[in-house]
Design a protein around this ligand. Structure first.
Ligand SMILES: [Zn+2]
Length: 262
């Protein structure tokens, strides 16, 4: 039989050998990320920033890249400067140490091996072990004492595997936010359409009301004119009656004078 116990044992040996190799490789990557800018590959120097994935960047280089619109494809999760956080971090003054930054409380170097956290709300960076060492139970920043939530926690200098998982999460969040924005836009469009319809209906009602009012005014005017005309006629009749009375009186006077009845 070809598939005997020996060949299975060989494969198991290979897997055993592969694991520590991978771990060393991952550590080397994380170590480089603790020393060099993930954008320019230059040595990190203050001011620095991190992204949600946990990569570190020289802040000024990032600004320039955004201004020149030169963000590489592998950093496409960096949509704009809102997707990075400027960090409150302490420089390593030990000239013999290869790592440029330390935890300001524990004095431990940010070396890519020990877990370091950055908080998105305040920008502070500290050694994760510090929380346990100081027995901090609340979600309060050990550096500035500001409260934070789980969403604010960014683990710095991830391994390649962790970075890929984190990038996928960030990408998903971006897509979700884009979808929410699109949905909101559609809702606003519906609101606008309803509002327009209401405005048009109001206008229509208004126009009809205006027409009715104009008609009523016209009727009123007509009535007034008719009344005026009737008044004129009445006046004319009265005038003529008055005139006729005068005429009659004049005739009687003339006749009396002629017949000497005065
Ligand atoms: Zn803080």
């Amino acid at each position: 039989m070809g598939n005997d116990g020996g060949s299975i044992a060989e494969r198991a040996e290979l897997v055993k050998l592969k694991k520590p190799e991978k771990r060393v490789e991952s550590y080397l990557v994380a170590k480089l990320r603790a020393q060099f800018c993930s954008l320019t590959k230059e040595r990190l120097r203050k001011p620095i920033a991190c992204c949600r994935v946990g990569y570190l960047y020289n802040y000024d280089s990032l600004l320039k890249a955004f201004m020149d619109k030169k963000i590489p494809q592998e950093l496409k999760h960096l949509q704009n400067m809102k997707k990075v956080k400027k960090l409150n971090i302490t420089e390593n003054t030990d000239q013999n140490n290869e790592f440029p930054f330390i935890c300001s409380i524990s004095q431990k170097a940010l070396n890519g091996k020990d877990k370091f956290l950055a908080l998105w709300n305040c920008g502070c960076v500290f050694n994760k072990k510090l929380i346990k060492d100081l027995k901090i139970k609340e979600l309060k920043c050990p550096i500035c004492n500001k409260q934070y939530t789980d969403k604010d926690i960014v683990q710095l200098c991830p391994t390649n595997e962790d970075a890929e998982i984190k990038k996928a999460q960030v990408q998903k969040e971006i897509q979700l936010k884009d979808k929410q924005k699109e949905d909101q836009k559609q809702q606003f469009k519906v609101f606008d359409a309803v509002e327009n319809l209401e405005q048009q209906q109001k206008k229509k009602i208004c126009t009809e009301e205006c027409k009715m009012m104009r008609k009523a005014m016209d009727n009123n005017k007509l009535q007034n004119l008719q009344n005026q005309s009737q008044d004129v006629k009445k006046n004319e009749i009265y005038q003529s009656l008055f005139h006729q009375q005068h005429k009659l009186e004049d005739n009687l006077f003339t006749r009396n004078v002629r017949f000497g009845n005065r």
